[in-house]
Write a protein that binds this ligand. Structure first.
Ligand SMILES: C[S@@+](CC[C@H](N)C(=O)[O-])C[C@H]1O[C@@H](n2cnc3c(N)ncnc32)[C@H](O)[C@@H]1O
Length: 269
């Protein structure tokens, strides 16, 4: 059950950030993949840039979906999320329904579309937005974590995006081009297999640099915009709460507490 009582609709709206964290902190670790500071920084990007009556997309669902769908309900937006793991979509639906939609008297289906498929697929991935006549304004990318896949996602998204659009990246400090060897090695360790050495050809510049360059070659104006992640990160209890797991992720090169982990861009076509 996720219908813990936070307060009335007015109290939720007045204490919106506290409510986002209240809901996020009910999630188990497997679906709570970003720090609290990053979830709040994402939520603030939506608020500060006044994103209303528009579409928002996401690849790799979890805590980020809470921030996006909550904002969508309050601002008449539609969120479309892709994740290859259908259980995540189903689990999040019950959390969002009970914790957010019930007190706000909202129908989740009016605000959230979850697609359990590869985000880069031509027939079911981000490319379907144009068939669905959806022009998104913001995309949050947190799925496979390879540069090639990320570029394919952003390409498809920018094709259907509005004339001014936002790109927000998680793990933007990563440098894996074709394969994510940190993740592969973490899973191999669980199988008691030796780690694979990453070939030098797989190393690219950090995603925030590669993506800024990619977008700049394609569009009229690309601006890296400020967000509150660095400021919020300092006092984030998520890192202490999941300390043991984070220690392993840092050792395997999967996580780093750096401001370049969460990066946002504003683009003009
Ligand atoms: C790091 S998690 C996402 C964390 C989430 N944003 C959060 O806030 O908790 C990455 C997710 O990407 C999904 N994924 C991996 N490859 C994908 C692909 N090709 N298309 C869509 N989703 C994918 C995985 O199933 C996984 O759930």
């Amino acid at each position: 059950m996720f219908d813990f009582h936070f307060g009335t609709r007015d109290e939720i709206i007045k204490n919106d950030e506290e409510f986002v964290l209240f809901t996020k902190r009910m999630l188990p670790r497997w679906i709570n993949g970003i720090p609290d500071s990053e979830c709040l920084a994402l939520y603030r990007i939506l608020k500060v840039n006044n994103l209303k009556k528009t579409a928002l997309i996401e690849t790799g669902c979890g805590a980020s979906s809470i921030a996006l769908v909550f904002h969508a309900i309050l601002n008449d937006c539609k969120v479309v999320s892709w994740d290859t793991n259908p259980s995540k979509g189903s689990f999040l639906k019950s959390v969002i329904n009970e914790a957010i939609c019930k007190p706000l008297n909202a129908n989740i289906n009016d605000y959230w579309e979850f697609i359990a498929f590869d985000s880069t697929n031509n027939h079911l991935g981000i490319a379907v937005l144009s068939e669905m006549k959806i022009k998104p304004t913001l995309g949050f990318f947190d799925s496979l974590h390879t540069l090639d896949h990320l570029i394919a996602e952003i390409n498809a998204y920018s094709d259907s995006a509005s004339d001014i659009f936002y790109v927000v990246l998680d793990d933007a400090n990563y440098t894996n081009k074709e394969e994510n060897f940190s993740y592969i090695n973490m899973l191999r360790t669980k199988l008691k297999l030796p780690s694979i050495e990453q070939p030098i050809s797989n190393v690219c510049k950090p995603y925030h640099e590669e993506i800024q360059q990619f977008l700049s070659e394609k569009f009229k104006k690309v601006e890296r915009i400020e967000n509150d992640f660095e400021k919020l990160m300092t006092d984030d209890i998520y890192f202490d709460y999941f300390q043991s797991d984070w220690k392993q992720m840092i050792q395997k090169g999967m996580a780093k507490k750096t401001k370049d982990r969460f990066v946002s861009f504003k683009i003009e076509k």
